[in-house]
Design a protein around this ligand. Structure first.
Ligand code: AMP
Length: 365
């Protein structure tokens, strides 16, 4: 259990992307110091951190020195190797914990854990080889979605197996490089929502209103709050699900639970959990201006052992967040000129296609 930190303490952040950058900015607002650890000298988070370590995630000596220089360690991406998490956790409180990381970074472990809580997920089977894929397809039918168990994000490491498509299991497994996979039955969802929530070591819990997420080319394009597809009952159920997951993980920090909204024959909205992100999340960026406490401030509070802030929406406003992906960021002057639009740019050099360069938040009172 973490003792409560004082302003002036140092937060260590593993990972140097825009999420780390925004955690660092929130920490600075509370008078905390920040030390970022990332392998790439060009990392956006380095620009806003007082201390930086440029080293590989498997550099044990650099990880140990980093951990010893800070008071608490957190991370901004979930693909942290287990040994890395263990080196850090042996020296300083690591939030979220290595155990929460292990559960959520493997899609099979994650789905089994969620289903074990009695929370609906897509039907799924473990797939280790071609014979396993053939068996799983026989069980679940098509359409189905084959995903690598680990290291998938933004639609990478997954493939749809469409209804009626002739599937050669050996060829498909070869495409996946023989990596351990999971096959999921296709969920005929109406829309996608997420709950961004925070939990403290003493069991304090606070969730932002569920938001609706639209993707383009598997990358989040737009988030709106409140989620149009959810009535008050489904929204409350989404928060109950997030809390059950956070409690069962004994989670400390911010997490995001992504869910599919399915429409039952009687018109009621049902929720199916797709995945858990053990970190601050792109679908929570709207909270910077749209909520009384941002997801980044909430995360910092949780990992410092401080009470959580008010997650309510500012003035009850409807909020829209647009990601600026690749060349979309070239439109920054028009967003800057737009009354009420809040522009965020992440300070990344090249606007490569598919790269998240910034975002814009609009509040509609
Ligand atoms: P994921 O990498 O699990 O977040 O999946 C990326 C996207 O693929 C999701 O946002 C969905 O749009 C789609 N998808 C993933 N799994 C399923 C599923 N079991 N059924 C239907 N669509 C899915």
């Amino acid at each position: 259990m973490t003792a409560s930190l004082q302003p002036g303490a140092t937060v260590g952040i593993v990972g140097g992307g825009q999420l780390g950058r925004m955690i660092a900015l929130a920490a600075a607002a509370y008078g905390l110091k920040v030390h970022v650890f990332a392998p790439d000298a060009d990392s956006p988070a380095f620009e806003v951190a007082g201390r930086r370590t440029v080293a590989a995630y498997d550099d044990a000596a650099a990880l140990a020195a980093f951990a010893e220089s800070v008071d608490v360690v957190t991370y901004e991406f979930e693909n942290i190797p287990r040994p890395t998490a263990e080196i850090l956790a042996a020296r300083r409180p690591l939030h979220p914990s290595a155990a929460a990381l292990a559960t959520t970074q493997d899609r099979l472990t994650e789905k089994s854990f969620v289903a074990g809580l009695g929370i609906p997920t897509a039907p799924f089977r473990a797939v280790d080889d071609a014979a396993g894929l053939a068996r799983a397809l026989a069980d679940l039918g098509q359409p189905a979605v084959l995903k690598t168990r680990r290291f998938g994000y933004d639609g990478k490491g997954q493939r749809m197996l469409r209804a009626g498509e002739a599937v050669d299991p050996a060829a498909v497994m070869a495409e996946f490089g023989g990596q351990p996979c999971i096959l999921e039955g296709f969920v005929p969802f109406e829309s996608e929502v997420s709950v961004v929530a925070a939990r403290t070591a003493s069991g304090g819990f606070s969730a932002f209103d569920p938001c609706a997420n639209e993707h383009r080319d598997h990358i989040l394009a737009r988030t709106v709050v409140p989620a149009p597809a959810l009535g008050p009952e489904a929204a409350a159920e989404a928060l109950r699900i997030a809390r059950a997951i956070a409690d069962a993980l004994d989670y400390v920090g911010v997490l995001a639970v992504e869910m599919f909204v399915v429409r039952a024959a009687d018109g009621t909205a049902g929720l199916v959990v797709n995945e858990i992100a053990p970190r601050v999340h792109n679908s929570g960026h709207w909270t910077i201006e749209g909520a009384l406490t941002s997801q980044f401030a909430q995360h910092v509070r949780a990992i410092c052992g401080w009470p959580l802030g008010d997650p309510g929406r500012v003035g009850g406003a409807a909020v829209e967040m647009l990601n600026l992906v690749g060349a979309e960021a070239d439109d920054w002057p028009s967003y800057l000129a737009e009354p009420g639009a809040h522009l965020h740019l992440y300070g990344k050099g090249a606007a490569r296609p598919g790269r998240k360069m910034g975002h814009v938040t609009r509040l509609r009172p």
